[in-house]
Design a protein around this ligand. Structure first.
Ligand code: ADP
Length: 517
């Protein structure tokens, strides 16, 4: 098969790489397998890309290990930073191409995709700036001790990302990993393999040494599982290393890390695989069922816009989606009727039409799953306020959907639907709002809308969630840490906090006196 193909979107033509990206080259998989990626707008095949299997992960891990032990480790941190900054510039330069790829492969609108690309560039730039500002402490113990810490890279980092924000998740993952001196084996989601491969070209153009970033497309249970259970992320399996001398295998065999964003079910498997293999470090950014709370003194126009955006942006395919809307009983009826009208105004259609707000769901599997939840909601006795059906007969389009008359026993209230479906419940006072909001296995995000600063802060203090937005929703920013309480994950992405996920602390104590024992 060809390793490059020309792809034409409604706006432009570009050259799409199809291979696995290892050691700065596009290559075929060892087993020669390929898989198709589908355009969710029309259900047509866009391209067929190389599929990586266990052996390819081994090869990529070795490439990453050799880069780590070679040129990457030797590079001054300021130069490491320059490469990440350069990559940010290239994202911006190619924003149109990248946005068109995302719109075609993922189904999000070109405008939202461009927003993701610019957010990715901003994230890379933020971390590029950190590269030469990473340092430990000196610790004064006594006159005869010289004690200090070093914040060293963890090593080879496996990074497994989802399909809902393909390019943004890539930037969130590689930004802090590279700034802190790690090397990477990244596996994009099988539904959206294309933008990462285009980024691979930019990685070469930016001037990264071979092996620093490797991108292996493939399926979760094959390539993904090979990463999470890898003995040599640390470290390539004996199979891949059998031609190497034993001493080299030992230096390769250190436990490093896997970082994952995706569903809680898969997060559990990844943690178990890491535990069963070599206890590689694990950071997880998982699902959510986030509450969006509206008090009666909120600016209702603003609150409605944020509530609508909070659930329907990215077609509800966001781990932080505000899927449980809690409204004070005094404004419940008014809010619900206005929200119903607001949701109907969202233009659902082609990602390439300029006025589209909501595009298709990512895949047939997700489409069916969401429709199943809608049916369950109806069967459980919830009231369908609007939506609830497929739109058109091609593409995975679903109407913006609102359920009321729900309770906490229903799956549509408890489980992450990952689609344009939300529930609206009323509450009588602050305590009840908090009880409902926190009654979830998840704890990723939350929001409160009120003009009363005391209520806002009190509620923010009591919500069990990694992020609380006050009078906005989903305003994520590269400078703000993002991550989950409870079963929404561990570790924090973004901000200075993410640097901790990619460094390990070494303590050095030099004794300047004579032996005391
Ligand atoms: P979704 O269910 O929304 O598709 P997943 O959590 O299944 O999200 O997928 C997120 C990422 O995890 C994808 O890159 C996928 O290939 C990968 N993945 C899925 N299953 C596994 C697994 N068992 N081990 C490692 N990675 C996996």
């Amino acid at each position: 098969m060809a390793l490059f193909v020309e792809i034409e979107t409604p706006n432009l033509k570009y050259e799409q790489p199809l291979g696995l990206f290892i050691n700065n080259e596009f290559v075929k998989g060892v087993e020669g397998r390929t898989f198709n990626t589908i355009n969710p707008h029309n259900e047509q095949i866009i391209a067929s890309v190389c599929e990586g299997t266990e052996k390819d992960i081994d090869i990529a891990v070795i490439a990453a290990r050799e880069a780590l032990n070679g040129p990457w480790r030797k590079l001054p941190s300021v130069d490491r930073g320059k490469l990440v900054l350069k990559l940010a510039d290239l994202f911006e330069r190619d924003v149109n191409v990248l946005a068109n790829i995302e719109a075609t492969d993922n189904g999000k609108t070109v405008a939202m995709a461009a927003f993701d690309v610019m957010g990715s560039a901003a994230t890379l730039r933020y971390y590029g700036g950190w590269a030469d500002k990473i340092f430990g402490q000196t610790i004064d113990i006594d006159e005869n001790s010289h004690t200090y810490t070093r914040h060293e890279p963890i090593g080879v980092c496996g990074q497994i990302i989802p399909w809902n924000f393909p390019i943004l998740m890539l930037a969130w993952k590689i930004g802090p990993a590279l700034a802190t001196g790690n090397t990477v084996v990244l596996k994009p989601a099988e539904q959206t393999p294309l933008s990462a491969l285009y980024v691979a070209k930019l990685i070469v153009e930016a001037g990264f040494p071979p092996g620093v970033v490797n991108i292996v497309n493939g399926f979760g249970t094959v390539a993904g599982a090979a990463i999470s259970s890898h003995m040599y992320i640390g470290c390539g399996s004996e199979r891949a290393l059998e031609s190497r001398p034993k001493w080299e295998m030992l230096t390769l065999a250190t436990a490093d890390k896997v970082a994952f964003t995706g569903s809680t079910a898969v997060g559990r498997e990844i943690m178990a695989a890491a535990a069963k293999s070599n206890l590689k470090k694990v950071t997880l950014e998982l699902g959510g069922k986030s509450p969006n709370i509206v008090f009666p003194d909120a600016n209702l126009d603003n609150a409605l816009s944020w509530v609508n955006f909070g659930i329907y942006y990215n077609h509800g395919q966001a781990c932080s989606a505000g899927s449980r809307i809690l409204v004070h009983q005094d404004i419940y009826e008014e809010f619900l009727s206005r929200f119903r009208e607001r949701a109907k105004l969202n233009k659902v259609g082609s990602p390439f039409a300029p006025d589209t707000f909501q595009g298709p769901q990512i895949s047939k599997t997700q489409f069916d799953r969401i429709m199943r939840y809608i049916e369950e909601g109806k069967a459980d006795g919830a009231k369908l306020e609007t939506g609830g059906a497929r739109l058109g007969d091609a593409g995975y389009y679903i109407q913006p959907t609102i359920f009321s008359n729900v309770d906490e026993s229903m799956s549509i209230v408890r489980e992450e639907i990952f689609g344009p479906v939300c529930t609206v419940q009323s509450f009588k006072d602050e305590d009840e709002a908090i009880r409902l909001a926190n009654n979830s296995a998840y704890g990723l995000a939350s929001a409160v809308h009120t003009m009363n600063a005391n209520i806002a802060t009190r509620v923010a203090n009591r919500l069990q969630a990694g992020t609380v937005w006050i009078n906005n929703y989903a305003m994520v920013h590269q400078q703000m840490p993002f991550g989950g309480y409870k079963q929404s994950g561990n570790g924090r992405e973004l901000g200075a906090y993410a640097l901790d996920n990619y460094t390990q602390v070494k303590t050095v104590r030099q004794y300047l006196g004579d032996a005391i024992f």
